[in-house]
Ligand binder design. Structure first.
Ligand SMILES: Nc1ncnc2c1ncn2[C@@H]1O[C@H](COP(=O)(O)OP(=O)(O)O)[C@@H](O)[C@H]1O
Ligand SMILES: [Mg+2]
Length: 358
């Protein structure tokens, strides 16, 4: 069950909370628009949790995640034998959400031929299961979400106008994170606390330089991207100071975060290789990779062997080859910047506020 915490205090965010409060008790359909990762699903869950339907189910369906051919039976159910492979009767999500809320994510992906059926159930509260002529009833509040421009899709005849107007009774538009950057520090603290608790770590300090970079990044993946970056930083942190993995952020706007798909081993491997390149594969000594990573040389050798890191081909002439290349990503954790950061750690000791602010 995902968390229902909504963190933020910027004017845009407060306005959003007010709208959520206002639409929750009413029973009309809500359309939530916003870029990926802006919190569409968590807002839908909050609306349900604050509505008179809260005792009943919240059922979610991502229309883009299910093959078009299976969507109809997924939504409305099927009788046994309705199609090849329908070995048992299935009641469908509308029926499961009876007296509750059905969240239809990525509604723009709903195939055109299914749209009249959705319109009918919204208007008449009636539908038929596949393979049966019997009419079923379900009392469902639909909350739909999209990151597409449905109005334009209507003009391009990719989305039915009648369904659009039926869904568009009340629209909530979630702002991208870059438009409410004031909320970033509170979100960072919230996620640091959440993940360190989950991983049994104690992180007391977020270096101010790290926070500055986080505030300036444009977050194409919005809160989900921020959450992933912080998760990775908490994973990499061994002491009470949040370890930064800021080199990740030096991406072009519009690129999605690679962190979601990367495993811990991959992240660790990439970090170690980066430091090894910086130190030209010198492991020991005061300026060696082990010292920079803050681990004994033997531990580094062990980690390298375990992660299959071998000295790169031609790495001896690395310096020569490097001159013509663009800047390698640098991590605030390593090199000369470490001492710089150490000073900041002394002066900025963030006291974490209690979680659960709404
Ligand atoms: N205001 C917020 N405060 C805290 N966490 C949030 C907030 N908005 C979104 N999140 C978190 O960000 C992640 C992405 O949110 P989600 O609702 O799945 O986004 P979307 O559906 O728009 O892609 C989730 O883990 C969610 O809990
Ligand atoms: Mg989503």
């Amino acid at each position: 069950m995902p968390s229902l915490d909504l963190i933020g205090s910027s004017p845009k965010f407060r306005a959003l909370l007010e709208v959520v409060e206002r639409v929750s008790p009413a029973d009309f359909t809500v359309l939530i628009q916003g870029e990926t990762g802006t919190g569409k699903e968590v807002v839908a869950r909050c609306i349900h949790a604050a509505s008179p339907r809260r005792q009943n189910r919240f059922v979610a369906l991502n229309c883009a995640a299910i093959p078009a051919a299976l969507l109809e039976s997924d939504l409305f159910g099927h009788e046994r034998g309705a199609f090849t492979g329908a070995v048992a009767q299935n009641m469908g999500r509308f029926q499961r959400a009876d007296r509750g809320t059905l969240f239809l994510d990525e509604i723009g992906e709903l195939p055109l031929e299914l749209q009249p059926k959705l319109l009918r159930v919204l208007q008449e509260k009636e539908f038929e299961r596949l393979g049966s002529g019997r009419t079923h009833h379900a009392d469902v509040r639909v909350i739909a979400a999209t990151n597409q421009d449905l109005e334009r899709m209507v003009k391009e005849r990719k989305f039915r106008a009648d369904l659009y107007y039926r869904l568009n009774v009340f629209t909530i538009t979630l702002p991208p994170l870059r438009e409410r950057a004031e909320d970033i520090p509170a979100l960072v603290e919230y996620f640091v606390q959440m993940f360190s608790r989950e991983m049994g770590k104690r992180i007391e300090t977020i270096p101010s330089e790290v926070m500055e970079v986080l505030k300036l990044h444009d977050w194409p993946g919005n809160i989900r991207e921020l959450e992933n970056v912080i998760k990775r930083a908490v994973i990499m942190s061994t002491g009470p100071v949040l370890r930064s993995t800021l080199h990740e952020l030096k991406r072009l706007p519009g690129q999605t975060s690679p962190t979601a798909k990367r495993t811990l081993a991959e992240a660790e491997r990439e970090h170690i290789v980066g430091v090894l390149r910086d130190t030209r594969w010198v492991l020991g000594g005061g300026n060696g990779a082990a010292a920079r990573l803050g681990i004994p040389r033997t531990t580094l050798v062990y980690r390298m062997r375990k992660l299959g890191i071998a000295r790169e081909q031609g790495s001896k002439s690395f310096r020569g080859r490097l001159s013509g290349l663009p800047d390698l990503p640098t991590d605030l954790c390593d090199g000369q910047k470490q001492s710089h950061l150490a000073g900041a750690e002394e002066s900025i000791k963030l006291a974490f506020p209690q979680v659960g602010r709404a």
